[in-house]
Design a protein around this ligand. Structure first.
Ligand code: NOJ
Ligand code: CA
Length: 699
């Protein structure tokens, strides 16, 4: 070979040489390089098995050159982090954060050395990467047109997916091969208040997949701040997934100013489904808590005036009429409809029930004027968030709650008129302070105002964070319904206890409901980013008691097991006190179950099939176990090897009757006690659509 040609090849090979990092345990390997046209590409292998094939990365900029190609590597930096941290609340007392980091500093020589950085963090359980726009001359304010992060999969994996949609995540899950995804089926979900389906081959993240080789892969994002949510476009021929951002009213994705950075893109991988549920990677990729004194943040169980509206025995609204102008009404003259749920008297009934049964909070929906005409199409001023209906005496109620040691939970349904909420937030929070409310549940039912924004677009992402920050300033906890799905930001804002952001138990009250497998999929998808306010604990499974054909698609004891399998620091006991009083023996589990834990063991799990988890109570030696199944009966033998060797325990087992069945016999159960110790085997017999809950307390 001629010397000149040799040198050319030599330099070319240098140019495209991959930079490699491995995970701390050496099993995951990330390769990064630039290809011949200077496009950044990466790939990922686990134990020599390819997980992500060569995939492109980068960002397209509006009205400017893009960060997609023409790059040269300016430098590589590498770091290793191995630390432990303690969350304010959660599934574990201590979380290990251990990764190897590769920072790739790129320049575009043809664009006067314009700078762009990609950061990779490789953990034992997966990869996170993000883009950084460094501070530099001539590139400051800019608009993102599209993000081109690719995840090139190795085959036509089985996927657990919901339709890609800018406004809702309240679908039930499908599981099909990627080539069989057809998101247009989402059009049939008429029960969802606002839908904007992207197209046939778009799905939402977190996307849970299983390969033919039994590898579990979860693709998602972490630390979604000042940027729209990432959904995924599925190429149904070559199985490359590409990031798809949620646009604003002008079709733009994000308005940014350098220096700044994008959220992390995450790939969690394991050959064990249990490891996916145990992963703390999303939390580790978020910033530490910004709340200096978190003492006001107290995980809790709550009851509330809520289910009666969903099953239709009470109403949110006080009167049956339209209210064209909030201010025009003299409410003292309005004739009540006789079904209004949020009365002073009924609230006191809930407070009494909570105080008697180790429940710390009471939520009241429908307390404030405006419900006569909520959820209307693009209506601007629906609620003022400060004026109670005449039959709700806010002072009497909050004084009574205080006297019983109960925290009141405020309700702010915005009816998706978010500009209205932004204007009225300060006054709304002042009212909460005045009456000693400890938490607020927000809601975003309908199409967003400012019109053209979406639930998952950049402006709304910033709104949810503003609400978390403002409530933190006021020492309130917050739980949002119909927001974007969480991305681990509860590490940074631990007062942001939970979100709905998926199809909750309420759908069982007024739609075709949630199929028995639903709760076995949610932890692998929606819950990857944070707790869900699923509102479990419905005991009256068949709603024919209320003249309705609907029913909850589980057994009664599966509702108990959900307190363990669906972690949240804010857990509702969602049924009516009278239904609990008819089953106080079963309600004992809800009374006992904690909402904050020192340890959690994922005992077995398979998305769409079953989940069994055991958790250790915070600061105590007691354990609680929950096991759920889909429509298939299953038997499990659980090794109690997690118990302390030196202690003896009383296990109380809440299980379905032998002939139990979510459809045919959902409310029959047995409760029995047994002494157990380390190493004993606990047999669980799950009936179709059933579940078992166990408390294991030190003797
Ligand atoms: C939908 C929420 O998910 C539900 O919990 C609430 O009761 C209604 N909106 C009314 O705000
Ligand atoms: Ca909802």
């Amino acid at each position: 070979m001629k010397k000149g040609l040799f040198l050319l090849f030599f330099f070319a090979s240098l140019f495209i040489k991959a930079e490699t990092i491995t995970s701390p345990n050496g099993k995951l390997i990330l390769d990064f390089k630039l290809n011949e046209t200077g496009e950044p590409i990466y790939s990922l292998t686990l134990d020599k098995m390819q997980v992500i094939k060569t995939s492109k990365m980068g960002i397209e900029i509006k009205d400017n050159d893009s960060f997609l190609s023409g790059f040269k590597v300016a430098s590589y930096d590498k770091n290793n982090v191995n630390e432990n941290w303690e969350p304010v609340w959660g599934e574990l007392k201590t979380i290990k954060n251990n990764y190897n980091e590769l920072i790739v500093n790129l320049i575009q020589p043809d664009l006067r050395d314009r700078k762009f950085t990609i950061v990779f963090r490789l953990f034992d359980d997966g990869l996170g990467f993000r883009y950084i726009f460094p501070e530099q001359q001539d590139f400051k304010n800019f608009i993102i047109k599209s993000e081109r992060s690719e995840f090139a999969l190795t085959g036509d994996h089985k996927a657990f997916w919901i339709p890609g949609d800018y406004d809702t995540n309240e679908y039930s899950y499908s599981h099909t091969k990627l080539s069989e995804v057809d998101a247009t089926f989402g059009k049939g979900f008429n029960e969802i208040g606002s839908k904007t389906i992207i197209g046939k081959n778009f799905v939402q993240s977190p996307l849970m997949m299983k390969t033919a080789d039994n590898l579990y892969i979860n693709i998602f994002e972490a630390a979604l701040v000042n940027y729209p949510a990432m959904q995924l476009k599925v190429n149904q021929q070559n199985f490359i997934l590409t990031s798809e951002l949620v646009p604003d009213a002008n079709g733009n994705m994000a308005y940014l100013q350098a220096p700044c950075r994008t959220p992390w893109r995450t790939i969690i991988i394991s050959d064990k489904a249990e490891d996916i549920l145990a992963s703390k990677m999303i939390l580790n990729l978020n910033e530490p808590s910004k709340i200096k004194d978190p003492s006001f943040i107290q995980p809790m169980k709550y009851v509330g005036i809520w289910w009666e509206m969903h099953i239709g025995t009470a109403s949110w609204n006080y009167a049956d009429m339209n209210v064209p102008e909030l201010k025009s009404i003299d409410w003292s003259k309005v004739k009540p409809n006789g079904r209004h749920g949020a009365t002073t008297e009924r609230t006191k009934r809930y407070i009494d029930f909570a105080a008697a049964h180790n429940i710390q909070g009471v939520l009241v929906e429908g307390w404030n004027i405006g419900w006569e005409d909520w959820g209307s199409y693009y209506r601007e001023e629906v609620f003022d968030f400060v004026t109670p209906y005449p039959d709700f005496n806010i002072k009497e109620v909050t004084d009574y709650a205080k006297s019983k040691g109960i925290k009141m939970i405020m309700h702010h349904e915005t009816s998706a008129s978010v500009s209205n909420y932004e204007i009225k937030m300060d006054a709304a929070y002042r009212l909460m302070k005045e009456y000693g409310y400890g938490a607020v549940k927000t809601g975003y039912v309908g199409y967003i105002i400012p019109r053209g924004e979406h639930h998952d677009s950049q402006w709304m992402i910033n709104h949810y964070i503003r609400a978390a920050e403002k409530t933190a300033e006021n020492n309130f906890m917050i739980c949002a319904h119909e927001p974007v799905r969480p991305t681990g930001l509860h590490r940074t804002y631990p007062n942001w206890m939970a979100c709905e952001a998926a199809r909750g138990n309420e759908f069982n009250a007024w739609s075709k409901g949630n199929q028995p497998e639903h709760e076995t999929i949610l932890p692998f998808t929606r819950l990857m980013g944070g707790p869900m306010d699923y509102t479990p604990g419905i005991f009256q499974i068949k709603l024919d008691k209320y003249g309705k054909k609907e029913q909850v698609h589980t057994t009664l004891t599966k509702q108990l097991a959900l307190y363990i399998t669906m972690y949240s620091p804010l857990q509702m006991a969602a049924d009516l006190p009278e239904n609990y009083e008819a089953h106080l023996d079963a309600f004992k589990f809800i009374e006992d179950v904690p909402v904050d834990w020192d340890d959690s063991k994922i005992i077995n799990a398979e998305p769409g099939d079953y989940i069994t988890i055991a958790r250790k109570e915070k600061g105590k030696d007691n354990w609680y176990l929950g096991s759920i199944t889909d429509e298939t009966a299953r038997n499990f033998k659980v090794d109690l090897n997690f118990l302390d060797k030196d202690k003896s325990y009383i296990a109380t087992i809440y299980e379905d009757a032998k002939d139990g069945d979510w459809f045919k016999n959902p409310m029959a159960y047995n409760i029995y006690e047994k002494t157990v110790k380390h190493g004993d085997i606990l047999e669980l017999n799950l009936v179709p659509g059933g579940g078992t809950a166990v408390s294991i307390k030190v003797k």
